[in-house]
Design a protein around this ligand. Structure first.
Ligand SMILES: Cc1cc2nc3c(=O)[nH]c(=O)nc-3n(C[C@H](O)[C@H](O)[C@H](O)COP(=O)(O)OP(=O)(O)OC[C@H]3O[C@@H](n4cnc5c(N)ncnc54)[C@H](O)[C@@H]3O)c2cc1C
Length: 541
């Protein structure tokens, strides 16, 4: 849904309570202040703003949870970001279009203004490099059928993969009910086991046999080995036929925008502007109860997590980015099935160990980027090795040098997909740091004696999942939609697999609807619903 712009005429007044100071909550608050006389009161349980897009500062070393690329198909979002943090000058020519990309989508963007590169309030243009680590070797990401892959896999294994694929095409599984059926039919059993099974199960914690084929169809649309082979064979001819060869080559280089001090810098700056305009943001405050009159939210109860005290805040509008599960429970629906579905919505949790090192043991380098002190040149690496639990490795130095306090150190994020209360989650911080460092040592990336410091960040409900009870989510949504002044927006707020931009567009949709007397409320649910997902081979969420 494109971002709409409504006139400022007849400015709406009132109090909006906003649950959560992540991208959605903060976008809503700033837009209300810019375009209405509604005063936002934002409550956030965390000690800092940014939600899942926060940057954690550990002794001057900054951690981005997951690695947040700034990319949007929406011009409104691109301008909005640039208005808050302009692109640092000197990274491209004025008038030149910047080609940025994200998961097989790319777009050209001509920045309106640049900021002096000497200032800190800027966005950087970064070149992406991320690869798959498997069999103690690096594979291109997305997986390509090229000389490197053939060399890494070996001729015999490549032939076996080909035969397995041919076999799958001849004897298709029917009916195609599970994600496993879906993937085996398209890639062959061997390729499925090599590049999909372990990683998908690591990410979601569920066997591929228990994930529906429909989910695969939505997330891995349009990909097949036949297509990959065809692409690999025809790409040299396509490039030769292109009259603007240079342009083609540059479009293959993936770039993304990134705040100098990590994604949290964007949201800290937005929070500063909200406060300047008279909005309220209270950290360490959680909304714990709601009051309603029929189908209208009239007040919230907020708990101060420092003192434990509670207070009531009356509201005219309620914008919620808290998990749908919690919101629905607080509304106490009359129909018990609505509560049951909301309570059982599936999520995946996430943990990161930040490790600070003097050096690493990376040697093999098939890229044109040099490694320094044994540090891989990648922004992040997908770890497909079945003998370790780590899912992804972030190399923060390569996201932005400003994330690292001492440029002579290497600052890593070792990411694990987990479930609250499981073995990983329950480890003490010290145990988890040792465990994570031992895993990287096992796959030959570092020596534990080179680890100088470490920290742990636990991220509950990082991934709203689309299986299990989610199939009945429509009933919860229909219930929430009945409330005239309630706007559930954002990632967990709508149980949607949102990036920052989708959350921001939903928040902007809520503000439009508030200004427009409640019109367009249900359209907000169309954001990020019609988007096609084109996941890449072995891709995580
Ligand atoms: C590993 C990973 C990688 C990602 N990579 C990218 C990327 O490359 N690019 C990108 O654009 N996006 C990326 N994302 C997605 C991005 O982090 C989210 O889309 C974005 O942060 C969602 O914003 P939000 O405001 O909707 O929700 P959140 O960021 O989840 O914020 C919701 C806030 O609500 C608060 N809250 C919860 N309960 C209550 C309550 N009862 N009362 C008050 N407040 C409450 C929470 O504490 C939280 O701060 C990634 C996410 C993950 C997990």
């Amino acid at each position: 849904m494109p971002a709409r712009h409504l006139p400022d005429a007849g400015r709406v007044k009132g109090i909006a309570v906003v649950a959560g100071a992540g991208p959605a909550g903060l976008t809503a608050a700033l837009e209300l202040l810019r375009r209405s006389d509604v005063v936002p009161h934002v409550f956030e349980p965390d000690i800092q703003v940014g939600g899942l897009s926060k940057t954690v500062n550990y002794r001057g070393n900054r951690m981005d949870l997951g690695g947040h690329r700034f990319f949007s198909k929406s011009d409104w979002v691109m301008r909005w970001w640039q208005d808050i943090l302009p692109i640092a000058e000197g990274q491209m020519q004025a008038d030149e279009a910047l080609r940025i990309s994200y998961r097989r989508q790319s777009r050209d963007w001509v920045p309106a203004t640049f900021a002096a590169s000497s200032t800190d309030s800027v966005m950087l243009i970064r070149r992406r490099l991320s690869r798959i680590f498997y069999r103690r070797r690096f594979f291109d990401y997305p997986l390509k059928l090229n000389a490197n892959t053939l060399k890494n896999m070996g001729v015999a294994e490549t032939l076996r993969l080909g035969l397995s694929y041919a076999n799958a095409r001849l004897a298709r599984r029917f009916p195609e009910t599970s994600l496993e059926d879906f993937l085996v039919n398209r890639f062959g059993r061997r390729l499925y086991r090599t590049f999909f099974k372990d990683y998908t199960e690591k990410v979601w914690g569920v066997p591929c046999r228990e994930i529906s084929a429909e989910w695969g169809a939505q997330r891995i649309k349009g990909l097949s080995v036949a297509k990959a082979v065809a692409n690999a064979i025809t790409s040299p001819f396509r490039a030769a036929a292109d009259t603007s060869q240079k342009q083609t080559e540059s479009s293959l280089i993936e770039r993304f925008l990134y705040p100098k001090f990590g994604p949290g810098q964007m949201w800290e700056e937005v929070a500063r502007q909200i406060a300047l305009r008279g909005g309220n943001i209270l950290l360490r405050h959680r909304i714990v109860a709601l009051e309603r009159k029929g189908r209208e939210v009239t007040a919230v109860t907020v708990q101060d997590l420092t003192t434990g005290s509670r207070r009531r805040v009356a509201c005219d509008f309620f914008i919620s980015t808290m998990p749908v599960r919690d919101l629905t429970a607080m509304l106490e629906p009359e129909d018990p099935s609505v509560l049951r579905i909301a309570r059982r919505l599936p999520y995946r949790d996430f943990m990161t160990a930040g490790l600070l090192l003097g050096k690493m043991r990376f040697t093999g380098d098939q890229t044109e980027r040099r490694s320094v002190r044994g540090m891989p040149p990648d922004n992040w690496i997908y770890i497909q090795e079945p003998d370790v639990k780590i899912g992804r490795l972030q190399v923060f130095n390569n996201w932005s040098p400003a994330l690292v306090a001492d440029p002579d150190t290497i600052w890593l994020g070792l990411e694990y997909f987990c479930r609250q209360g499981d073995d990983l989650w329950s480890m003490s911080d010290g145990q988890f740091i040792d465990f994570a460092a031992a895993e990287l040592e096992k796959i030959g990336m570092l020596d534990r004696k080179d680890v100088r410091d470490g920290t742990v960040v636990r991220v509950p409900l990082a991934y709203p999942a689309y299986f299990g009870e989610y199939s009945e989510f429509g009933r919860v949504r229909a219930y929430l939609e009945q409330f005239s002044n309630l706007y559930p927006v954002g990632r967990n707020g709508m149980h949607r697999y949102n990036n920052q931009d989708h959350s921001m567009l939903a928040a902007n949709g809520a503000v439009n609807s508030i200004i427009d007397g409640g019109h367009g409320k249900s359209e907000i649910w169309n954001i990020n619903a019609e988007d096609e997902y084109h996941e890449e081979i072995g891709a995580p969420p």
